[in-house]
Design a protein around this ligand. Structure first.
Ligand code: 6PG
Length: 258
């Protein structure tokens, strides 16, 4: 289990600059080593903090054609719905970089539009298995779970990550790769989500959190004083919490500010 690193930034701007640098370094490492970089996105504010990747020196130097994009969680709706994490990422990031369309793995379009959470989760797991069989996604040691290169995650004020919410059973799933929820406390209610073992098998996990509404859960997650799902985040190689000062404000004895 990788130890959690924390970096506190004075502003969201500085967080975005460092997030771009971190992502670009990993892109270069994995593209060199494997010729492929598997990136998992979440919804929420995270997408708005990826803007620096769209600018020089990254926009022109990143090997976008080698990126493969997945979602750690998705709202069960149509691709053009205002709730869609795919739409959020497409409009704010993916439409502005040359990642090939065939390397972008969104929720099944029809099942999403129909609102069929259970089948959409099964279909997404099948999609991951197919990418494992094609050696696009690696597997974690002998466990057989998929191992993504980098996951970019966010956390809600209640401490949820992906669509794993406190007090809901999905966090305890140990076999499936993708599961679903139909009574999410954060709207919309129907979602699909990676399970905890899959999330924690990633090589690198970034948890990016800003604003004071999240401060209590950041402190709880990082000191494991409360059962918050994000407190169970780990990774194979490294997990890094990217925080702004407001989100870090309840952490005791905090000193290292970038
Ligand atoms: O679909 C979703 O709702 C997200 O993937 C969710 O897990 C998000 O990452 C957190 O809720 C943080 O969201 P904010 O960054 O907007 O607080």
């Amino acid at each position: 289990m990788a130890p959690a690193k924390k970096i506190v930034f004075k502003t969201k701007h500085e967080l975005a600059v460092e997030l771009a640098k971190y992502t670009a370094n990993l892109s270069s490492k994995f593209c060199k080593e494997r010729g492929i970089f598997t990136v998992v996105l979440s919804g929420g504010d995270l997408i708005s903090w990826l803007w620096k990747l769209l600018e020089p020196p990254y926009a022109d130097s990143i090997e976008w054609s080698k990126w493969h994009i997945f979602w750690v969680d998705e709202r069960v709706c149509g691709w053009d719905d205002a709730d869609s994490n795919y739409k959020l990422a497409y409009d704010g990031f993916l439409s502005k970089v040359p990642v090939p369309a065939e390397n972008i793995y969104a929720i099944d379009k029809g099942l999403g539009a129909e609102g069929n959470a259970e089948l959409a989760a099964e279909r997404y797991e099948e999609c991951l298995k197919e990418k494992v069989n094609k050696n696009i996604i690696r597997t974690y040691k002998s466990s057989g779970f998929p191992q993504f290169d980098l996951q970019l995650l966010g956390m809600g004020p209640d401490g949820h990550m992906a669509s794993l919410f406190p007090g809901h059973d999905q966090i305890n799933e140990k076999v499936k790769w993708v599961t679903f929820i139909t009574d999410s406390p954060k709207p919309p209610p129907k979602r699909i989500t990676f399970t905890l073992p899959v999330i924690n098998c990633a090589s690198y996990n970034v948890m990016a959190v800003c604003d004071k509404e999240q401060a209590d859960s950041v402190a709880a997650a990082l000191t494991h004083t409360k059962d918050v799902p994000a407190g169970r985040l780990t990774a194979d190689v490294e997990v890094v919490w990217f925080l702004d000062q407001a989100a870090a404000s309840k952490l005791k004895g905090w000193c290292s500010i970038l």
